[in-house]
Structure formats: structure tokens, C-alpha cells
Design a protein around this ligand. Structure first.
Ligand code: URA
Length: 429
């Protein structure tokens, strides 16, 4: 059958800043997924989109075309409403781990399809895989069973969920076309719409450790995604939150699981606890489940019970000892003073260089590698006190990681102010 368009026409239209028509968008996304449009043609179109943008209608149509490239899941067999959270990614962002069982403990169901880390940002599946026995790949029937029995499931997306995004994301990653609001918004929302959740809370990160560092651009991304979700029948809202400083006191897979378990046990770092509770409240309010407050579910052990059931249901042993690194090395404060800055990007890159992340899709990560932070901006430190502990199974990695940490922190001996974004930058409905 002859094709209704030639890719080069569509590339030329976007290059010349024209609005793409619905049939052009439907065809190019479908034809690329089928392998009719070549990678070099799609790369050129993605770059034209990055440079010239897409309007709201084009983004919405592009998103629908990606959803329609695969299957849409349905949770109609569940008796409780479904609600999910998606973070645009950051350093030390382990919030999904305590959040999913917490929201389940409060009475909603959380079907969470998560990803793996790439570059300096960690991935939820890599973190959970540091728990001995835990399995990320589930069939749809297994996913439903875990959701029915535990109220929450965190697993990998199947091959038939928005396959167009899988191809497009891999191509964007190697063609410098990731940081375009239209492409990020359609990529994330196509997967969340196809996942079949009835409601969604987005955690859009702003700051050096985020994909989009400028808070104003992050707000625009949040607005774009909230509109896409609501237009597709997914009740969606967003918090724009700080990613100029790492979240919590750990970055790295097993280290972050340990910190998440501390939060579920009623402890943990204040910023992780605060963001987990705020996001849980937003999720529960969105689906009208307000009988139990998340702060109570963290204190009374019910969130921990849901975590243990969820981990066991996916083959994991919640009591197993988490892996620890063969080698550690500390970084010490060079002077007394107030810690005014800790750059999330530098800490993320340093953790990645220790083996916590991957530089190519499919690469293996080290479960125990990463960084512990012993102080955060706003705290006084003493000369010689530890600032960071680096963990790795391969000590030869320390040199490059230490170089990446160069300039990551500022310690002020005068009355300099702490430079950081507020934890919650904006709320978008
Ligand atoms: N995460 C996604 O799923 N897609 C993007 O484009 C960026 C982050």
C-alpha cells in the first residue's frame, strides 16, 4: 500500500515553522513505529520540533498518536480508584518507593509503571532491584493480582505500552533532542495515559539536577502535561519541586532503598518525608479518598505493612540485608561555616560515576554504589567533618567521582545566604 505522505514533506513543514496537520502527525508517529520512516528522518523532525515547538493541539495529537501505537491498560476490575505519581526525575528522588505503599495504605490503588535510570538521574526499577529477589517484569495479570492484594504495584512497562515512545525516546537520547517541552510532555503523558490510571499527580523537577533547570520552563512543562492529562480523561495536577539540591541524604540504588524504608518506619530525612506526604495528600484528594491522613499511615505502621506485602508479592525479601559496597571513601569539609549550596547535578554525576547509573541502555548498574550526604544546605559544618561518603565496588572509580564533586558544595564563613529553591516551587491544576 502506498503511504499518504513523504516524511520529507513533514520535516520541511516543521522546519519552516508550520503547524502539522492531524493526519500528518498520526502518520509520522505510526510510520516511524512501523519502521517506514528512517531514524535520520525522525531525528531531523525531532530537531525541527525542538527548535520551532508544537502548539497545544499538535502536542495533544502527537501524544494520542503515541498512546495509539500500543495498548491501553484498564483497571476496571478494581473496587478502589487508581491514582499514580510521576516524577520528571532527579538526584536522590526515591519518593515513589515510600509513596506507592503509603497511598495504598490510605485506600487508593497505585498502578505504577516505572523506568530505569539513564545518566545522572536514578531509576525506580534499578533501586528496587537492589532488594534480593525482587522482580520488575510482571504480566498484566500479575500486575492486577499484586494491585488487588497489596494496593500498589511498581513494575516495568510491557513492550506494548506506547511503543512509539520507546523508539522515540531512544532516538532523542542520542540526538540531543530530549530537552524540548513538547517532546518531554508527550513522552511522559503517553505512557501515563496508556497505563490506564484514573488520576495522576506529576512531580516536575526544577533546578540543576532536573531535565529542565529553569523553574519558569518547569512550570510550563507542568502546565502542558496537566492539560494533556485532563484532556484525555486522566484527572491530573502537578507540583513543581526543587531539584537544585539532592533529595534526602542518599543517591544510589540500595542506599535509597534503605532511606525509603526509614521513611516508612516513621523516620527519614525531613525533605523526603515532607514531599512524600504532600504528594500522597494530592493523590488522595484527586480521587476523593480522604479517610486516612498519610502522616498517620507513616506513623502507625500501615504504610510499612503495604510495602512489605508489595515487595514480597514481587519475589523480594523485605527482611534481606541490602547490598553494601566493597569500598568507601569520605570527603571532608575544608573549613568551618554554613553550608550554602549543594549542586544536585554534580552529586548525581558523581554517584553515576561510582557505578550507580548507566551510560548506555541495558548496562548493568551496581546495587550498592552511590553517595551518602552527611550535611545539607542550611546546616553548620566543622572543618574536618565528613560531607560525603562515596560507595563503590570498584575503587578505581573514586578519582573521577571525586573530580565530579569538585565545587559541588559552598561553605560560607561570612553571613552569606543559603542559595536554594523552596521545596515546593508551584502547584499547577
Ligand atoms: N522521561 C520520559 O519518560 N520522557 C522524557 O522525555 C523525559 C523524561
Amino acid at each position: 500500500m502506498s503511504e499518504p505522505f513523504a516524511a520529507v514533506e513533514i520535516i520541511g513543514a516543521k522546519r519552516d515553522n508550520c503547524v502539522l496537520t492531524d493526519p500528518q502527525i498520526d502518520w509520522i508517529v505510526d510510520a516511524y513505529t512501523r519502521g517506514i520512516v528512517a531514524d535520520e528522518q525522525m531525528s531531523a523532525l525531532l530537531m525541527a520540533i525542538l527548535l520551532n515547538g508544537m502548539n497545544g493541539h499538535e502536542i495533544s495529537r502527537w501524544t494520542d498518536a503515541m498512546v495509539n501505537s500500543g495498548k491501553r491498560m484498564s483497571w476496571s476490575k478494581l473496587r478502589v480508584p487508581t491514582v499514580d505519581k510521576h516524577s520528571t526525575g532527579g538526584v536522590g528522588d526515591k519518593i515513589t518507593l515510600p509513596l506507592a505503599p503509603l497511598v495504598a495504605a490510605c485506600g487508593a490503588a497505585v498502578p505504577q509503571l516505572s523506568g530505569r535510570g539513564l545518566g545522572h538521574t536514578g531509576g525506580t526499577l534499578d533501586k528496587l532491584e537492589s532488594i534480593p529477589g525482587w522482580r520488575a517484569s510482571l504480566t498484566n495479570a500479575e500486575m492486577l493480582k499484586v494491585l488487588q492484594e497489596c494496593g500498589a504495584v511498581i513494575c516495568a512497562a510491557g513492550a506494548d505500552l506506547a511503543p512509539a515512545d520507546k523508539k522515540l525516546y531512544a532516538l532523542r537520547d542520542v540526538t540531543g533532542t530530549v530537552p524540548a517541552i513538547s517532546l518531554i510532555a508527550s513522552s511522559i503523558m503517553s505512557k501515563k495515559i496508556a497505563e490506564g490510571t484514573s488520576a495522576l499527580v506529576l512531580d516536575v523537577k526544577a533546578g540543576s539536577g532536573a531535565f529542565i533547570s529553569d523553574p519558569e520552563q518547569a512550570k510550563l512543562l507542568a502546565r502542558t502535561m496537566v492539560d494533556l492529562g485532563n484532556r484525555s480523561g486522566v484527572k491530573t495536577r502537578a507540583l513543581v519541586t526543587a531539584m537544585d539540591v539532592p533529595l534526602g541524604l542518599t543517591a544510589g540504588n540500595a542506599l535509597e532503598v534503605r532511606e525509603s524504608v526509614e521513611v516508612l518506619a516513621g523516620g527519614g530525612p525531613a525533605d523526603v518525608v515532607e514531599l512524600t506526604i504532600l504528594l500522597a495528600r494530592e493523590m488522595l484528594e484527586l480521587v476523593g479518598v480522604t479517610s486516612k491522613d498519610p502522616a498517620t499511615a507513616l506513623k502507625d505502621g500501615s504504610a510499612m505493612d503495604h510495602w512489605r506485602r508489595m515487595i514480597s508479592a514481587q519475589g523480594g525479601d523485605p527482611d534481606a540485608k541490602l547490598p553494601t559496597a566493597k569500598e568507601t571513601q569520605q570527603v571532608f569539609a575544608e573549613t568551618d561555616g554554613l553550608l550554602t549550596k549543594m549542586d544536585a547535578m554534580k552529586v548525581g554525576v558523581a554517584a553515576w560515576l561510582l557505578g550507580a547509573g548507566r551510560s548506555r541502555q541495558g548496562e548493568k548498574v551496581q546495587a550498592a554504589a552511590g553517595i551518602e550526604m552527611h550535611a545539607k544546605p542550611g546546616e553548620m559544618v566543622k572543618k574536618g567533618a565528613p560531607l560525603f561518603t562515596l560507595h563503590s565496588d570498584e575503587p578505581e572509580r573514586f578519582t573521577r567521582s571525586l573530580a565530579a564533586l569538585d565545587g559541588a558544595v559552598s561553605i560560607s564563613t561570612s553571613n552569606e545566604k543559603v542559595e536554594r529553591l523552596p521545596l515546593i516551587v508551584a502547584r499547577i491544576e
